[in-house]
Design a protein around this ligand. Structure first.
Ligand code: WQD
Length: 344
């Protein structure tokens, strides 16, 4: 925890800073002594998260509640605060919802990004970290997946907004002083070991781990395993599940690279995962081992749009950012379970 004099420490804006990955990144930024500003419209979060952050670090981030689609407010914010770097998480991220409401996703995810970038450029703020996703690879031809793997047609409008956002960053960095790093996340899971912050899925969880912990907690009666006829060792799909605290620390490493002018090009892209793949059944076994809980699940048909396998080649992010994961799958599952137990 930083008690030092931070008035000369860089001021960092975290958009979507009360979200799942955003809140964990705010904690790590504060641990590193940065002054953190959060903009969040609370569309997928709540103010308890601010309290959770404070309970962990003892430092209250400066919080501004407004929608980044409000161009005027966004410009005003950059006008009134000297921001040295921006980590941009604010976006809608429910894959299924994006298929039903594509225009909401294009307007929100692209519109917010453009407003933030414009606000930065108008106020000489040139360091930008972007929350991207391995979904841009679709089903990669070879595994593990490197950053030079070809991008595939997006599986959803959500995934397409990530691809389009990266293209916007390419054009924006080529035509200005902006320097950006896009982090392509694999599957973020878990919660802070303090159980003060974690994932808050609204309604029925789409993602595997919240569904697992809610089933174990008796909120859901049974987990459905989507497909056991994939061409994988146990027939279930493989993903690269990364602890959200490890993922948060990758953002700190990327931010330092930009603030220290160590970037080798205006836009750099890194895959951020553990480098290891785990099948759904392996996750279930790891959960039962870590928590000594018995999980009630059934094998059902595949979910539309799912790919067989994805896991990261982490050599570039390790070489350039000096970052790698420290926590195991079991650590993440246990932290997710402890967080679940604290939910009312
Ligand atoms: C993981 C595996 C499912 C639920 C998505 C987005 C991606 C990123 C992470 C935002 C798959 C299986 C799941 C369930 C199951 N989100 N599963 N039963 O689909 O890899 O990635 O979330 O950036 O962009 O696409 O994650 O957790 O939904 O699924 O069997 O109840 O678990 O089929 O194999 P996914 P997921």
């Amino acid at each position: 925890m930083n008690n030092g004099n931070t008035h000369h420490q860089p001021q960092i804006l975290v958009t979507g800073g009360l979200g799942f990955i955003g809140s964990h990144t705010v904690v790590e930024l504060q641990n590193e002594g940065y002054e953190v500003f959060i903009i969040d419209n609370l569309s997928n979060s709540n103010l308890d998260v601010l309290k959770g952050i404070y309970n962990i670090t003892g430092i209250k981030p400066k919080f501004f509640q407004f929608d980044l689609l409000d161009k005027e407010k966004t410009h005003q914010f950059f006008n009134q605060h000297r921001i040295n770097g921006v980590i941009h998480f604010a976006a809608s991220k429910a894959v299924g919802e994006s298929v039903e409401k594509p225009l909401k996703y294009y307007e929100n995810n692209i519109g917010s990004l453009v407003n933030v970038l414009q606000g930065m450029l108008d106020n000489n703020c040139n360091h930008f970290i972007f929350s991207s996703s391995c979904t841009v690879y679709g089903q990669a031809d070879t595994l593990p997946i490197t950053e030079s793997a070809p991008l595939k047609p997006a599986e959803s409008p959500y995934g397409n907004t990530k691809k389009i956002s990266e293209e916007i960053l390419l054009d924006a960095t080529r035509s200005s002083e902006l320097k950006a790093i896009a982090l392509r996340y694999f599957n973020p899971i878990g919660a802070h070991p303090s159980a003060e912050i974690g994932e808050l899925p609204l309604g029925v969880p789409n993602n595997l781990i919240p569904y697992v912990t809610q089933t174990a907690a008796g909120i859901r009666t049974q987990l459905s395993v989507f497909g056991n006829d994939y061409p994988t060792p146990d027939g279930t799909a493989i993903r690269d599940y990364i602890h959200v605290v490890d993922l948060a620390k990758a953002h700190i490493a990327a931010l330092k690279r930009l603030l220290n002018h160590e970037n080798k090009s205006q836009l750099e892209i890194f895959n951020v995962g553990t480098g290891m793949g785990s099948s759904v059944l392996e996750v279930i076994q790891a959960f039962e081992k870590a928590t000594h809980m018995k999980l009630n699940y059934q094998l059902v048909g595949r979910r539309a749009g799912d790919i067989t396998a994805a896991y990261a080649d982490t050599s570039l992010v390790h070489k350039e950012l000096g970052w790698k994961t420290e926590k195991s799958l079991e650590d993440a599952l246990l932290d997710a379970w402890n967080w679940q137990l604290k939910q009312k």
